[in-house]
Design a protein around this ligand. Structure first.
Ligand SMILES: Nc1ncnc2c1ncn2[C@@H]1O[C@H](COP(=O)(O)OP(=O)(O)OP(=O)(O)O)[C@@H](O)[C@H]1O
Ligand SMILES: [Mg+2]
Length: 282
């Protein structure tokens, strides 16, 4: 449904600060996928996801939504706003309104919903993101803590019920509980069929959430495939400065004792396998 074809992007092209941020990117995102975009600092992850909703335009190549070029003048920009919701890496860059209500209800209002409907969607999204809506709607979005701002930013995007939800490092700097809440919300979105693209540095998170990993190095896609395949590619993981998830390194060690140790996504799956083994032994 969303497709990037031979996309390249260079910042400040005719200056000495020229930076090739993305080079010949080809990517197809299908409905219901859960994709993690990973890569070292400055590898082009944020630039890539901002191409998804037309916020940045490529220097060459195309971005198609359901076969239509989103950067053509005749393309109806509301269609992309409605379909692809991007939550920024730094929520402050996204905020513009004086109150949380105005911020979170802006999307639905902009899409043509009535004041009442937009308010209802804003309330619902704030509650989903763990707020008591009545307590926060009149406050300025800028006066919250980093984690709270991030949850408000997510609420302002999910209030539009996008088909593709793109989150740029949603759990960076969050504590354990905050991370758990956000991941559980992402999981709920996946359950209802939303396509989710998440930019992350946390490989445990990538393994838990996604069924596809796209890795960038210096603006190029160096891997696109399943988590199981990705975590075998030690040279890519190391050169991108990424970690191997706990479940993967545990399995590598456990394979020395159990050659049938399956690929696991988290400690719960590991525990289930170990418990089954114990039952078999009896
Ligand atoms: N607005 C801009 N103007 C000029 N250069 C930019 C701009 N935005 C990004 N860059 C440069 O483009 C490259 C890719 O940046 P980008 O923000 O996409 O990387 P990233 O993978 O998201 O990094 P991080 O992990 O730090 O968030 C970097 O070298 C960055 O300095
Ligand atoms: Mg970034």
């Amino acid at each position: 449904m969303l497709e990037l074809q031979n996309v390249s992007l260079t910042y400040d092209p005719s200056t000495k600060f020229k930076k090739e941020a993305l080079v010949d990117i080809n990517l197809k995102i299908q409905k219901g996928e859960a994709i993690s975009i990973v890569g070292h600092v400055g590898s082009g992850k944020s630039s890539l996801v901002q191409l998804f909703n037309g916020l940045i335009k490529p220097d060459s190549g195309f971005v198609f939504l359901n076969g239509k070029d989103i950067n053509k003048r005749e393309f109806n920009s509301k269609e992309i706003v409605k379909t692809v919701g991007v939550v920024f890496q730094y929520p402050e860059e996204q905020f513009f309104a004086e109150t949380v209500l105005e911020e979170v209800s802006f999307g639905p209002r902009n899409l043509g919903f009535s004041e009442g409907e937009a308010r209802r969607d804003a309330y619902e999204s704030l509650e989903i993101m763990g707020f008591n809506a009545d307590e926060v709607i009149s406050r300025s979005p800028f006066e919250f803590s980093g984690g709270e701002k991030r949850r408000i930013a997510i609420a302002s995007i999910i209030s539009m019920k996008p088909e593709i939800l793109v989150l740029d490092e949603p759990t960076a700097g969050m504590d354990f509980q905050g991370t758990k809440n956000i991941l559980s919300h992402i999981n709920n979105e996946l359950q209802i069929g939303t396509t989710v693209v998440i930019v992350t540095h946390n490989m445990d998170e990538a393994l838990l959430i996604s069924n596809r990993i796209v890795a960038l190095t210096d603006g190029k896609i160096v891997f696109d495939g399943t988590p199981e395949e990705f975590f075998k590619k030690k040279e890519i993981i190391l050169s991108a400065g990424l970690d191997v998830p706990f479940a993967v390194s545990f399995r590598e060690k456990a394979l020395r004792c159990f050659d049938d140790f399956p690929f696991c996504r988290n400690s719960e799956e590991i525990l289930n396998f170990v418990l089954e083994k114990k039952v078999e032994k009896r």
